[in-house]
Write a protein that binds this ligand. Structure first.
Ligand code: UDP
Length: 239
């Protein structure tokens, strides 16, 4: 058994992380930095599946606010996650890291269609599995997609890389008395209405007993630090 707590992890990266310091789109230097971090935990023995959001390019609700219908707007958001996944796959492969992008919406000339069985096979063979297109369904988010894929791919934990170093009792940007939790339960997150992931994602992770590790992915090197159980993070657990 490895000295690390989790062997197979689902890493959720919000699209905004991939913008780097740009206001929009994909910053390939940031994608490269995240790819290096994935390599470092793979070298520690981790099996890594990825779900990447699309908020750096398009969010469905932003389209709805401008008059679009929700289904078309969400499909555009889903396509944004596909663009991010393609960028990540390309960068991982350019660094010699084997990666397989699998889309929840079939696009066979672009990538494999998602299947849990095939995804597990790739993970067992040391490949990074990039789950593109979220759940493939409008009205959902990539957080829910991440919880779903973590369950399907039999992951030991869901690592949610965000802009903050854990779950706080209030928004630390606006409330200086906000306290960071070392550990918190899924039910507390739901009862206290702490917005770390949408409630559907929290419920899926809870019901499938998949711990969610919330940490800042903006701090370089933090993926490996948190994977080793060090540094700052919050673990959301069932009980
Ligand atoms: N989306 C969707 N279904 C999914 C996943 C994503 O409809 O299963 C759409 C939705 O419009 C969302 C957009 O894709 O706003 C981008 O995903 P998300 O907001 O989760 O990205 P993130 O905030 O993680 O960058």
């Amino acid at each position: 058994m490895s000295k690390f707590k989790y062997k197979r992890v689902l890493l959720k990266i919000s699209g905004e992380v991939l913008m780097g310091t740009q206001g929009y789109g994909i910053d390939l230097a940031t994608v490269g930095r995240v790819a290096d971090e994935i390599l470092s935990i793979k070298n520690s023995g981790a099996e890594v599946a990825l779900v990447i959001g699309g908020g750096n390019i398009f969010r469905g609700l932003a389209g709805v606010a401008k008059g679009m219908d929700r289904v078309s707007a969400d499909h555009m958001g889903i396509m944004a996650t596909v663009m991010n996944a393609l960028a990540m796959q390309g960068v991982l492969q350019s660094k010699g890291i084997e990666a397989r992008m699998m889309s929840a919406i079939a696009m066979p000339t672009v990538c494999e269609t998602y299947s849990a069985r095939q995804g597990i096979y790739h993970l067992q063979h040391g490949r990074v599995v990039i789950c593109a297109a979220g759940t493939g369904l409008p009205f959902f988010t990539t957080d829910t997609g991440a919880a779903l894929r973590a369950a399907e791919l039999e992951c030991d934990a869901l690592f949610k890389g965000t802009s903050v170093d854990g779950v706080y009792s209030a928004d630390p940007k606006t409330d200086i008395s906000a306290k960071r939790f070392e550990q918190i339960t899924f039910n507390e997150v739901l009862q206290k209405d702490l917005h770390i992931m949408d409630p559907a994602a929290i419920a899926l992770a809870r019901d499938n007993n998949i711990p969610v590790v919330v940490f800042s992915i903006r701090d370089a090197g933090n993926v490996a630090t948190v994977y080793a159980g060090q540094g700052l993070f919050t673990t959301v657990v069932k009980e």
